[in-house]
Design a binder for this molecule. Structure first.
Ligand code: GAL
Length: 576
């Protein structure tokens, strides 16, 4: 089906789309012939269902397909696990000889929570008026884009089981739940008519959090772009996205600003802008050169985020609003000056890409600017002022650390050669120490080669964030976690539930935060990724990040040992 040849237009305010096919053009007299297939367009209407059928096709559903009350949590599942290979903090399992460090503490209002994201956990993809997002197409239509060819159709069935999910984290003692809204539930075609059922659904998710004394934290965009916006103007590659995101933000903030204090506009733009170029043949074509596309996306993200921030503040100036950025600590691999330059390139092309404009001066960091100013418009002074200061906390998804070094051919040979494989970033990374023998720390699952436990560098990283971007509201680690290696291969429940690498990761990471706090870094919260195992994007369900296991056949949830490790440190070190 040659769907990419269709020109799709939204009828304002209607839940249908028109495709123009101009029959008179098609049978025009020879003197009026038109050439080029894109000149031939249709003009029939598509309903939301037609749109699903055309671009995605049939989707799977699960037997629990209406909102359910929480099932009771067996008290046996709330007993902490036996000690692992190191002593746990001195409560719960009382291990002799480990004393509490009296110079450590988390401030009383420190929030510790768990996170998930709509497409990874909700399922119910066609329920109650949700429109398709690009991820429905990527998972259904693009062969092996998700390497297991799995989809988010059912995922963790959170759309119907959220009450149980919230009850379970409350029973564990978790303080905050961070989730993302599905933009295409709220606006099935990304703009235009609002879907009331979706608003009522999220009303209840938020109210359920409040009922259980859980702080709701909401992200507006976690990668599931409404498909229609991608097909209309290239999604984040089109400047139209700025107004559409702003209009979406207005709906969201007007609805929930009175109930939700902690907001994140956009999740990890470095990652989803890096998904461009999208696979050819499934979405609207673009003529933007592939290596420029991530930065065009990033430019629109900054403008869209800044607008959303100002919308939020106009609704309620006391809200905490930020975007979430991501990246690991960058360790200079040798003391060569080339490696020192490589480290600076890495900061500029990763965190600095979004953090410098929002925290420092409204503009890109110098090394990134050298590249993007060859094809992006400069921000005007007005835009810089609009972007600068639009993050109340430094919300960072900081999973790991990397050794950074110059490319083998040298930095200059890379920056002057646009076909160099590392262009335009022109720095290299490795998980191996300079002896090329030892890894930086225990590896996660082979499905996440970017991720090793590297918690020793967390204090240095937190200092770097505070010193460089000086966030006025402090730093939050808004995602951290590790894929327990080969967890998918464990078949019996008892082996799945003890996850020693993940447990030691949380133990050591939180200890590192305690050290940084004791040294004066203002860390205000943490969100463990993830509330439970879920669709790990292109890796499918085989790579697991959950502190809970989910049996995907029955949709039953079980706490893993790491869930207790995570909470226990707060039981010991949170100021009363
Ligand atoms: C983050 C992302 C999450 C999750 C996590 C683990 O980059 O925001 O959605 O997939 O990584 O890989």
């Amino acid at each position: 089906m040659a769907v990419t040849l269709l020109t799709l237009l939204l009828f304002a305010g209607a839940r249908s789309v028109s495709c123009q096919y101009n029959a008179s053009t098609a049978i025009a007299t020879p003197s009026k012939t038109t050439s080029g297939s894109s000149a031939f367009v249709t003009n029939f209407e598509l309903s939301l269902d037609d749109y699903w059928d055309l671009f995605v096709g049939p989707v799977s559903t699960f037997s629990i397909n209406t909102t359910v009350e929480p099932t009771p949590i067996p008290s046996s599942s709330l007993i902490p696990p036996p000690p692992l290979y190191y002593p746990s903090f001195p409560i719960g399992q009382q291990v002799p000889l480990q004393a509490k460090n009296e110079s450590w503490s988390f401030p009383k209002d420190f929030w510790y929570g768990v996170a998930g994201a709509a497409y990874q956990i909700e399922g119910a993809v066609k329920a109650e008026g949700r429109g398709p997002s690009i991820w429905d197409v990527l998972s259904h239509r693009v062969p092996s884009y998700v390497i297991t060819n799995e989809t988010g159709d059912v995922a963790d069935n959170n759309y119907y089981q959220y009450k149980e999910d919230i009850a379970r984290i409350a029973a564990l003692g978790i303080k905050a739940y961070s989730f993302s809204l599905s933009w295409s539930r709220i606006l099935p075609f990304g703009s235009g008519q609002v879907n009331e059922e979706a608003l009522r659904h999220y009303d209840d998710v938020i109210d359920t959090c409040l009922q259980y004394n859980i702080i709701p934290q909401v992200t507006l965009y976690h990668w599931d772009l409404p498909l229609y916006l991608q097909n209309s103007y290239g999604g984040w590659l089109g400047s139209e996205i700025v107004d559409d995101f702003t209009a979406y933000a207005e709906i969201v903030f007007n609805r929930w600003a009175s109930k939700v204090h902690h907001w994140f506009t956009i999740n990890e733009p470095i990652v989803f802008c890096g998904f461009y170029p999208l696979p050819v043949g499934f979405f609207k074509n673009t003529t933007i050169p592939p290596k420029q596309q991530p930065y065009v996306c990033g430019h629109n993200v900054l403008l869209a985020h800044a607008n959303a921030y100002h919308v939020a503040k106009s609704v309620n100036s006391s809200l905490s609003v930020s975007f979430k950025t991501n990246g690991g600590y960058k360790i200079q691999r040798t003391n060569s000056s080339a490696d020192a330059q490589a480290v600076q390139r890495a900061w500029d092309f990763q965190e600095g890409w979004f953090a410098n404009p929002t925290f420092i001066n409204g503009d890109y960091p110098p090394l990134l600017k050298d590249y993007v100013s060859t094809f992006l418009p400069n921000f005007t002074e007005e835009q810089k002022a609009h972007i600068n200061g639009t993050a109340d906390i430094f919300a960072h998804d900081a999973y790991t650390s990397d050794f950074i070094m110059a490319p083998d051919s040298g930095i200059d040979a890379c920056t002057s050669n646009s076909s160099h494989s590392l262009y335009p970033q022109c720095y290299n990374t490795t998980k191996l120490y300079a002896n090329n023998y030892w890894a930086i720390g225990p590896a996660g699952d082979p499905g996440t080669p970017w991720l090793n436990k590297a918690t020793d560098w967390v204090p240095a990283f937190l200092h770097y964030m505070q010193d460089t971007w000086k966030p006025k509201g402090g730093i939050a680690i808004t995602e951290f976690g590790i894929s327990e290696p080969y967890e998918e291969l464990r078949k019996d429940l008892a082996s799945i539930l003890i996850d020693p690498i993940r447990s030691s990761y949380y133990h050591d990471y939180l200890q590192a935060i305690l050290i940084a706090l004791s040294e004066g870094v203002n860390v205000v919260g943490t969100l463990a990724w993830s509330i439970y195992d879920n669709l790990e994007w292109t890796s499918g369900y085989g790579v697991k990040f959950g502190i809970q296991y989910v049996n995907l056949t029955t949709q039953e949830r079980y706490f893993k040992a790491s869930a207790f490790e995570y909470v226990n440190v707060f039981n010991v070190y949170l100021e009363k």
